[in-house]
Ligand binder design. Structure first.
Ligand code: URA
Length: 235
């Protein structure tokens, strides 16, 4: 692929801006200044730097953001900044979108991608991608509540009960809940349906992706192709 096209596909601006960055000697590959926009480069495993910042070539982008509280999962946020403001400009230019939404006060694992097909697959209940939530509840969590969440509760917008794929109390006021779908405010509404109230919500995992090795709150990392394949593996 032409070097100018590489930069363009990776979100570094218009074709003219990308050619300009290269022509000004601001792009390096393997420590060598690459100043010819027409240079043909192999994108497989390509690493390059733009204005001193290292980048990896990704034909499609999938990143994991450790969402802090106080950010909205919307392109046009109403009351708080958008989670997109936590991403660097090239990823925003590529049009990354959150895979499903977390509420403004929910923290933890949020995937973002520019691959619409992947968003569809990861959010479709058919794919059963498990999402694990750590809940802090206002009232003590008891066995009856856990059993109801596992058996299924009816929410106000759908007569079909929704059930937790897994649920366990992790403390007097905390529980771990696994869902394979993602309805609006689902965890909060499920807690309310069993007579409790969600006062804190953290998503600790999607599929096998956790925050065990970071990133820290407010930071992001690339999701590897192996991790991407594991997310979509049949369950
Ligand atoms: N369920 C909720 O109620 N809120 C979230 O942010 C995610 C799941």
């Amino acid at each position: 692929m032409r070097l100018a096209q590489v930069l363009f596909t990776q979100g570094f601006g218009t074709r003219r801006v990308c050619a300009g960055l290269i022509g000004q000697g601001l792009v390096s590959i393997g420590g060598r200044v690459a100043d010819d926009p027409d240079e043909d480069v192999d994108t497989d495993g390509l690493r390059f730097s733009v204005q001193g910042r290292e980048w990896q070539f990704h034909a499609s982008a999938l990143v994991l953001l450790n969402k802090p509280a106080g950010y909205e999962c919307s392109q046009k946020p109403k009351h708080h900044p958008s989670v997109l403001s936590l991403l660097p400009a090239p990823l925003r230019t590529r049009g990354l979108q959150p895979v499903g939404r977390l509420d403004e006060d929910t923290t933890g694992v949020l995937l973002l991608t520019d691959d619409g097909t992947l968003i569809h697959k990861l959010t479709s209940p058919k794919h059963h991608v498990p999402k694990v939530y750590e809940v802090t509840a206002r009232h003590p969590v008891d066995e009856a509540q856990v059993n109801k969440l596992l058996a299924g509760v009816v929410l106000d917008d759908d007569p079909q009960p929704v059930r937790a794929a897994a649920c366990e109390a992790t403390g007097e006021h905390t529980l771990r809940l696994t869902l394979t779908e993602g309805k609006y405010h689902q965890v909060k509404r499920m807690l309310a349906a069993v007579g409790n109230r969600c006062e804190g919500l953290h998503r600790s995992a999607i599929g096998g992706l956790t925050l065990a090795d970071g990133p820290a709150a407010g930071l992001w990392r690339w999701v590897s192709s192996e991790e991407r394949a594991a997310l979509l593996a049949p369950r």
